[in-house]
Design a protein around this ligand. Structure first.
Ligand code: NAD
Ligand code: TYD
Length: 352
């Protein structure tokens, strides 16, 4: 039987690296290609444990460059694409929206074009799986949940670029018959997340006794999911999801930022042997993020009832493991913040 070739984009990033690890370990019969540009957010140090696996290879390329994407598709006959590569941080999108259009919109369309052309006349058994975010739905008031049928209403350049890419994926399904599936997931947390996002940034700052910058009144709500549970959901949807469907993925786990931050301070005080209440003193209210969405919360009942997925880890367990990981991997944190992993890449791969 022919081996299946799967392309995973953004596999050196936070969620992508957990997906690559799961797929490489679980499916020795697949050939898995990880395409990543290795921007500030991509780090091959996330994947040293599987770097030499016989069913895995890494290719450095830019999805926004059609020539590079097409060359890759000429080299490999992919059966499926799991697309995670993106610019992913809201605050950066406010500073530089065009880089989000370039990677998230143009990059996605380049991949769609390559799949459409490579799979022309033989779409059977092929699949383009687009990983998206709940932020495309905009903001909730104090009541209600995002459903798969909720109208798109993005408020940040990041969520607007992700919404646009979701629409392109669906349009390629309608127009060219491209087999596709889309998931929209809530906020992830866990090991190997770049310390610009709330949880790793605050773990880092608490450890270093630096101020904890809380945006606005701190009463913004997010629905947190452990990254490994997201990777499990992605595996499930890739293999069992229905073509043309959207599935919302969430943690059934809403937290107001300030309550989460207090919980984190308490865990850190305990782990670092500090007196209770010590780290809370670092909380500093700062100017709000422009266009800040008040509340995100996912109704994940469809993926639960149709595909049998639900989170396996409680927030208390996941957060404790996450804190533990960052405390045990201070070198990782130092490397990503100093850009040393770029040197690691040069050492490993030369100028390729
Ligand atoms: P991340 O920023 O940690 O990783 C993104 C990866 O994409 C990096 O490895 C980066 O090098 C790579 N990349 C960026 N631009 C590229 C380009 N032009 N060509 C090739 N590779 C490029 O992001 P993440 O948090 O792991 O998110 C992964 C995906 O999941 C994104 O599509 C994001 O929108 C989505 N998502 C994230 C969350 C979350 O909470 N982090 C929640 C829901 C959905
Ligand atoms: P973030 O991790 O950036 O995820 P997103 O904006 O995609 O939800 O932020 C999570 C929440 O924490 C969001 O309401 C913004 C807030 N926040 C702060 O209050 N201070 C910070 O320094 C950061 C990074 C985020």
């Amino acid at each position: 039987m022919m081996k299946k070739h799967i392309l995973i984009t953004g596999g050196a990033g936070f969620i992508g690296s957990h997906v690559v690890r799961l797929m490489v370990n679980r499916y020795p019969e697949y050939e898995i290609v990880n395409l990543d540009l290795l921007t500030y957010a991509g780090n091959l140090g996330n994947l040293t444990d599987i770097a030499n696996a016989p069913n895995y290879q890494f290719v450095r390329a830019d999805i926004a460059d059609a020539v590079q994407v097409n060359e890759l598709f000429d080299r490999f006959a992919f059966d499926g694409v799991i697309h995670l590569a993106a610019e992913s941080h809201v605050d950066r999108s406010i500073e530089d929206p065009l880089s989000f259009v370039r990677t998230n919109v143009i990059g996605t369309v380049n991949l769609l074009n390559a799949c459409r052309d490579q799979w022309a006349g033989q779409m059977e058994g092929k699949r383009f799986y687009h990983i998206s975010t709940d932020e495309v739905y905009g903001t909730l008031g104090s009541e209600g949940l995002f459903m798969e049928t909720t109208a798109y209403d993005p408020n940040s350049p990041y969520s607007a670029s992700k919404a646009s890419s979701d629409h392109f994926v669906r349009a390629y399904g309608e127009t060219y018959g491209l087999p596709h599936v889309v998931t929209n997931c809530s906020n992830n947390y866990g090991p190997q997340q770049f310390p610009e996002k709330l949880i790793p940034l605050f773990i880092h700052n608490i450890k270093e006794e630096k101020a904890l910058p809380v945006y606005g009144d701190g009463m913004y709500t997010r629905d947190w999911l452990y990254v490994i549970d997201h990777a499990r959901a992605i595996d499930k949807v890739y293999h069992e999801g229905l073509n043309g469907e959207t599935y919302n993925i969430g943690g059934f786990n809403e937290w107001k930022n300030i309550d989460l931050i207090r919980l984190l301070c308490g865990i850190m005080d305990e782990k670092l042997g500090r007196v209770t209440g010590h780290s809370e003193k670092l909380i500093t209210y700062v100017k709000d993020r422009p266009g800040h969405d008040r509340r995100y919360a996912i109704d994940a009942s469809k993926i639960k009832s149709e595909l049998g997925w639900e989170p396996s880890v409680t927030f208390e367990e996941g957060l404790a493991e996450t804190v533990e990981w960052y405390l045990e991997n201070s070198e990782w944190l130092k490397n990503v913040t100093s850009g040393e992993y770029q040197q690691y890449y040069d050492q490993m791969y030369g100028s390729r």
